[in-house]
Design a protein around this ligand. Structure first.
Ligand code: HEM
Ligand code: HEM
Length: 140
């Protein structure tokens, strides 16, 4: 498994601890739910689950299809975009989203959300290119 794919696995496991840790805090201090809920949800769904799927998908799909991975460079770009995007979104929600006043920092959230979204599009693009054989045939 190439190092950048392994980084996605490690990141996924860290988000599992982080996401369930926030869940535990919310269970113990329900008054924190207003600030932590969205970070909890997205650390677990975009962090733990999605990144585990990215790493397993990038490792397995070329072997299933018999074609080489299209671009390892794109995985590196995706790694930084999705991690910075997710952590930025979570911090924006925790620090800036004031549940009481309804203040929504739309521009900052939008910036990080766009990074996350572009990272996800890269995952889709890279896999489609791999599956259509653009990375070349795998040596038997
Ligand atoms: C240690 C494990 C966990 C704890 C203690 C925990 C705790 C919580 C708490 C306290 C809430 C807020 C409930 C409320 O609004 O009153 C919540 C919501 C939520 N949790 Fe967790 N959670 C855990 C694991 C997970 C996992 C593994 C996932 C998904 C993979 C998950 C997904 C969600 C979602 C999607 C919501 C929001 C539901 C909604 O839209 O109202 N949680 N969790
Ligand atoms: C680019 C990716 C994503 C962005 C930018 C994003 C953004 C958001 C935003 C802005 C909200 C509403 C926040 C509010 O109420 O003020 C939200 C809520 C939510 N999102 Fe996402 N999301 C993304 C991906 C996902 C994915 C992949 C899942 C699940 C697999 C998910 C599950 C949820 C859930 C369950 C809620 C409702 C939480 C609650 O209020 O209980 N999101 N998301």
């Amino acid at each position: 498994m190439s190092p950048i794919i392994r980084y996605f696995t490690v990141a996924s496991l860290l988000y599992l601890v982080l996401g369930t840790g926030l869940g535990l805090v919310m269970a113990l201090y329900p008054q924190s739910i207003g600030y932590l809920l969205l970070a909890h949800v997205h650390f677990l769904l975009l962090g733990f689950i999605a990144m585990m799927i990215y790493s397993v998908g990038y490792h397995v799909l070329p072997r299933f299809s018999g074609f080489n991975l299209y671009s390892e460079f794109l995985i590196t770009v995706q790694f930084y975009l999705t991690n910075i995007g997710l952590i930025g979104m979570a911090l924006t929600w925790i620090i800036l989203k004031d549940a009481a006043s309804g203040f929504e920092p739309v521009l900052i959230l939008g910036l990080f959300a766009s990074m996350e979204f572009i990272g996800i599009c890269i995952f889709v693009f890279n896999n489609i290119m791999t599956l259509s054989g653009k990375g070349g045939k795998m040596m038997p």
